[in-house]
Design a protein around this ligand. Structure first.
Ligand code: ISE
Length: 363
């Protein structure tokens, strides 16, 4: 976005499966001041299917997209295993990034990305923990932080998917689904998670052999506050994500799907449940994109920070929690996250937690 050329943010989207295609649509039709200039995907056919209608170029190599002259910023929606090298390439090129979760697949590599960005002296990487931009999550976070409910003692989280592919085993359920609860718990409580335990219960008949679905996950926060998570990804019903906070002076719950018209037909009454996460969190994904695009443009213009939301520290924290969660699943033991500040400074939360970084109030 060189001065005088165009004040539109020209974005490369790496990976155009379900989420990448959604982001291309969001950038093209619902984001002000941005457009997709380049698309890259391991399937050339899929890349063209998404890029051609929006007038974007297709390049085969993600690295070429990152350094291209017609790319100011990058959205990474490729498989998690590709994130580390793609993010490092963006940091090298000094280009702002919005990266889908996970930041990287291991805590150690996520910590290395955090350190690399810290050494640059500029925040360029935003992690796609979109729930922080959802109006209900943002309101609950503000309610807790405002003190109205008193100290939060417990969070009870329900995370149910209607169906998932066969490869979703118990470990993948932690890494792909519980990862959102890891970030939400940190965001809502404003503190780090110290330990994780998992109880593998009676599996649904829909689960493949050896897969514990549902499971009960317990996070212990640094203050001692507890977080219970029911993770159930083969309910056969719909997409249901609820969170209740129980605090010293009251409780509050979000995710009741009550913003609907309750109809009476055929002897029953009621509304509908959102079918999937794009339907449930569409507003959050779009607001996340707008705020990231605005922040990226500001960061490019000023040479300063280019994110407005969770960053590399949050990505590292979620990776450390999931790593402990996977070990808890495998060993059947309580596992400490052992989180430390990878920069070597003391204190685990501070400004880096990003807990107040995306309240959704101006979206
Ligand atoms: C999926 O990958 C997501 O990111 C959704 O937000 C989550 O709710 C779902 O469980 C995951 O599989």
């Amino acid at each position: 976005m060189s001065e005088g050329q165009s004040d539109e943010l020209r974005v490369a989207v790496l990976g155009v499966g379900k989420m990448g295609s959604f982001h291309v649509d969001s950038l093209t039709r619902r984001t002000r001041g941005a457009r997709v200039s380049v698309v890259s995907d391991c399937s050339d056919e899929q890349a063209h299917r998404v890029a051609d209608p929006v007038g974007a170029r297709v390049v085969a190599e993600p690295a070429e997209a990152v350094t291209a002259d017609d790319v100011d910023a990058v959205v990474i929606a490729s498989p998690g295993t590709a994130h580390e090298s793609q993010i490092l390439a963006c940091l090298e090129a000094g280009k702002p990034v919005l990266c889908e979760k996970p930041l990287t697949t291991e805590a150690a590599t996520a910590a290395a990305v955090y350190r690399r960005e810290t050494a640059l002296g500029r925040r360029l990487v935003q992690v796609g923990f979109m729930r922080r931009f959802d109006h209900e999550y943002a309101a609950l976070q503000q309610m807790i932080a405002g003190g109205e409910l008193g100290a939060p003692l417990m969070l009870h989280c329900t995370h149910r998917n209607p169906a998932v592919p066969e490869f979703f085993d118990s470990e993948y359920m932690i890494r792909d689904s519980v990862v959102h609860e890891a970030d939400s718990a940190r965001f809502l409580l404003g503190e780090e998670i110290a330990a994780v335990s998992v109880v593998r219960g009676r599996p649904t008949a829909a689960a493949p052999a050896g897969v514990s679905d549902p499971m009960l996950v317990l996070f212990e926060a640094a203050s001692g506050a507890l977080v219970t998570i029911e993770i159930f990804v083969r309910t056969g019903i719909a997409y249901e994500v609820r969170t209740e906070v129980v605090a010293e002076h009251g409780s509050a719950i979000i995710g009741l799907d009550q913003n609907v018209v309750a109809k009476r037909v055929g002897g029953t009454w009621g509304g509908t449940i959102t079918p999937d996460f794009v339907a449930r969190f569409g507003q959050a994904y779009d607001d996340q994109m707008q705020r990231w695009a605005d922040a990226a443009r500001r960061g490019i213009a000023t040479g300063g920070d280019a994110v407005d939301g969770p960053g590399t520290w949050d990505g590292y924290a979620a990776a450390a929690i999931c790593e402990a969660g996977v070990a808890a699943v495998v060993k059947g033991e309580r596992i400490e996250t052992g989180m430390e500040d990878p920069s070597g400074a003391s204190g685990a939360t501070g400004d880096r937690s990003g807990a107040s970084g995306a309240t959704g109030d101006d979206s």
